[in-house]
Design a protein around this ligand. Sequence first.
Ligand code: GMT
Length: 377
Amino acid sequence: MCYCQINDFAKAKEEMKIGIVCYPTFGGSGVLASELGLSLAKEHEVHFISYACPVRLQAHNDRVIFHKVDVPPYPLFEYSPYTLALTSKIIDVMEHHRLDIIHVHYAIPHATSAYLAKKALHGKVKIVTTLHGTDVYLLGLNPSYKSIVEFSMENSDSLIAVSEFLKKETLEKFSITRPIAVIPNFVNPEKYKRTGRGKEKIICHISNFRPLKRVADVVQIFGMIVKERDCRLYLVGEGPTRHPAQKLVEKLGLEEKVCFRGNVGDVSKILGKSNLFLLPSQQESFGLAALEAMSSEVPVVATRVGGLPEVIRHGKDGYLAKVGDLDTMAEHCLKILTNEGLAKKMGREARMRVLEKFATEKVVPRYVSLYQKTLVS
Ligand code: GMT
């Protein structure tokens, strides 16, 4: 082992200085990145780099430093070059704080900015990229982005997918020779737990209300359920399909029973008092919101797509159905809402699964050991 490797190996064992690049929004990739950074901060120095402070980094934490990317407008630009401003910020933060690792979440454009920064720094930093889903099977496949996404994935020092499904999709859709590690989403079971439920049954849906979340299906399914069993629907999140969903609620005469909660920073309180979580997505690489529900002992009714079957065991933690099969999903929901014993059993099974496979203390060490292997590779 040459000196530099011994030196690197020694470094791999010490406190690391980790830069995390992510979207600051309510979407799953930004949430996961924030929770990862907050957990890493217990033993390492963590720097977040984004255009705004990630929503989950509310409380002050002196081991988590946020660096804002400013993108100055200029009349010549039709589109402000965020990728360049981000690259420049990564270089500055790297040089000033001597980071060991830059971990980017969501390949577009983060993996490209990290690659450019590494080149500018003559390779003095290691790049880890976590693929989160739509950066691979949706946007990443768009001809406007595909070549640079493929290049940036291939040129990351380590590549991670959040599910076996996403790893397979990536290998099938892109020519990647770099090995892809699978590290699932995780959740803090101390934060997401059952808090106590009132008499009224609550069905919850949380998402960014993009078309692939099929929020209209949530409303339609609820319309079928509420005819058979009195209950209430909480719709949490904001996005392009929120307004059409509101129109559908009015059309079906469900205004009294449906509550649009908008974007909520801490969804653990809502989940803690919900009886059922509904996620009829067209596609999900993992389904972090479903995992948060399971940790809260809330059975999940979802679609059998993407990484969801790696999270939810059909008939144990909830039920899975085909995309668009509203009748079956309504039946599954009613089974849970009308059978207290089944609901409790499913909720307990779901939380046990989280504690065994998806809790923070089980998953975060896998990121740390991947960082350490990356440092000495
Ligand atoms: O559409 C969302 O759910 C947001 C999206 C994102 O890119 O932030 O979430 C993706 O990453 C999450 C965290 O890894 C996964 O749990 C979600 O399943 C994934 N979304 C999709 O694949 C649609």
